[in-house]
Design a protein around this ligand. Structure first.
Ligand code: ZN
Length: 178
């Protein structure tokens, strides 16, 4: 039987995705061998992420500032916007590095069957943003699913009559692979 403090630490690691009992034990023992400074830094980093990271007021990407560094970057092309479901997609695009426009994170997809309507996600601010911006092309990068398609159709409908091209690409890990 592990001492309670240690089994508590093991339980904490098991909260992480893909971490089972064995790996959690290994990680907990690794922590035990940390220096005091590293240990403090480790727990501070966890605490700070929770405290300081929130969606960007403009695009919804996770940031520790009010407006994220991408939105603040005036050198980016102002005519293209990529619409994604999750912040993780933004970081993925940035890692690939060949897109130089701006982003918008929806934070979900429209799914009336699950009770998720346009007002539940960040789609109406997206439309506002597009209407007030200089965008000529909106690239929608959402999961190929009924919900994704419903969301694209909604965006297209809301932008009817505007001279803005709405195109679609597949999203998620495949982008990185292609
Ligand atoms: Zn932003």
């Amino acid at each position: 039987m592990y001492p309670k403090t240690l089994s508590d630490l093991i339980e904490s690691f098991k909260l992480l995705p893909g971490i089972g009992e064995k790996t959690a034990e290994r990680l907990a023992f690794a922590v035990l061998s940390f220096s005091e400074a590293d240990c403090e830094k480790f727990s501070k980093n966890i605490e700070n992420s929770k405290k300081n990271i929130h969606p960007c007021k403009k695009c919804g990407t996770l940031t520790d500032e009010e407006i994220c560094s991408i939105c603040k970057d005036k050198t980016r092309t102002k005519d293209t916007l990529i619409v994604v479901e999750d912040s993780k997609d933004v970081f993925l695009f940035e890692k690939i590095g060949n897109f130089k426009g701006y982003y918008h994170v929806l934070g979900g997809l429209i799914s009336p069957l699950d009770g998720i309507n346009p007002e539940d996600i960040s789609v109406d601010n997206l439309i506002e943003r597009i209407k007030n911006g200089k965008y000529t092309e909106i690239i929608v990068a959402l999961k190929p699913s009924v919900e994704g398609e419903t969301t694209v159709q909604y965006i297209k409908k809301m932008l009817e009559g505007y001279d803005i091209k709405v195109s679609k690409i597949a999203s998620g890990v495949p982008i990185g692979a292609e």
